[in-house]
Design a protein around this ligand. Sequence first.
Ligand code: 4AD
Ligand code: MG
Length: 431
Amino acid sequence: MPEYILAKHLSKHLNEEVILKGWVYNIRKSGKIWFLVFRDGTEFVQCVVLMNEVSGEVFELKTTLTQESSVMIRGIVQEAPRQENGIEILVKDIEVIHIAEEYPIALKEHGVDFLLDNRHLWLRSRQPYAIMKVRAEVEQACRDFFNERDFTLVDSPMFTPNAAEGSTTLFETQYFDRKAYLTQSGQLYSEAAIMALNRTYCFGPCFRAEKSKTRRHLTEFWMVEPEMAFFDIHDDMALAEEFVEYLVQRALKNCRRELEILERDISKLEAVKRPFPRITYDDAIAVLKRKGFDIAWGDDLGAPHEPAVSEDYDRPVMIWRWPAASKAFYMKRDPEDERYVMGVDVIAPEGHGEIIGGSQREEDIKVLLERIDREQLPVDDFQWFLDIRRYGSVPHSGFGLGLERTVGWICGTHHIRECIPWPRTMARLKP
Ligand code: 4AD
Ligand code: MG
């Protein structure tokens, strides 16, 4: 192993001499002392350079070192109660690895388009750094949650012949001498997989040609999708609730420092405890009408409606039992009233909108065929999917959680494009 240490481990080396390798985040000068804010991708730490502690050559680096230059620093770890992380480095020596050219992202306000054009550099800044850390933790927490609960990971394909979530947002691509689509959701494949493995999940990128330029839509986003044999809609909602609580608790436990950097109000996340309120679509419509919205039964709930419903709660709210026409063809009809399907949306608090869509699935082949016909879907391409209902059909359910929306909520981020390393939207394919 190399002899240098990562800055996140500094507190274990109090009063010891250490070597760090990383980049210059910022420099502040004042006479016989200067300060270098150092970052190495694991922590930001203040380094103090005193005239009588270093060679003249090192002291003069204050005039030549530039933002984002790469350096090796040798120094003593000291307690510093006024620093965010309670620590600073008393510098003994600095070795320059590379002097950076003038860095485009100075430490001041920049327009978001400029930052997105420079995403490859912007990732080095404090906020993106902290968000990527939280994203990685949430992603790992998703895997841990299902792996600890008898689920098997079954990955779904990215090239597909079928539309899972409506034909209007399909990305079509040339596939040799045929057309294929980029996957919108792995669900249909998971429905087949659970008949082999009982409880599965898939986790990967999904693609939707979203023309809506909202702060909640990407054209490429990540979704984790559990699917369970013998689960009805109530079992499905209970699992979704347990899952969301788990993700938030994991972030609270393992991402304190990052949430601090993001100035997230922790108390809002601490309130996220089961049980979550469950209301029906009809309840939601009644609430919206009472709040003055011009909305009719059967309308889908969009960006203005979700926050208006969720503002009454301090934790996610589950809206279930939706009008069949507003939801996907595979959702199970309510046996008591066929105008409804057993679907559920989980809406995050604080205006972050829908983070989960799920449902009990239609297990009756006759009903499913009717739905496929009514939606004018190409029935031949769905024969394999219909086989699931031909050979030992069982009640089953599942849901999909959008990773970026969930991370956006946990981090308190305004736009979910900040929650994926390389955002893709209608207007952006670079860098
Ligand atoms: O509600 P959706 O469309 O549900 C499905 O795709 C189901 N097949 C999932 C399932 O039951 N297995 O999408 C699920 C979630 C949404 O709640 C949202 O969090 C996220 O995926 N999502 C998007 N995130 C970012 N950009 C987009 N364009 C998104 N579309 C959906
Ligand atoms: Mg949805």
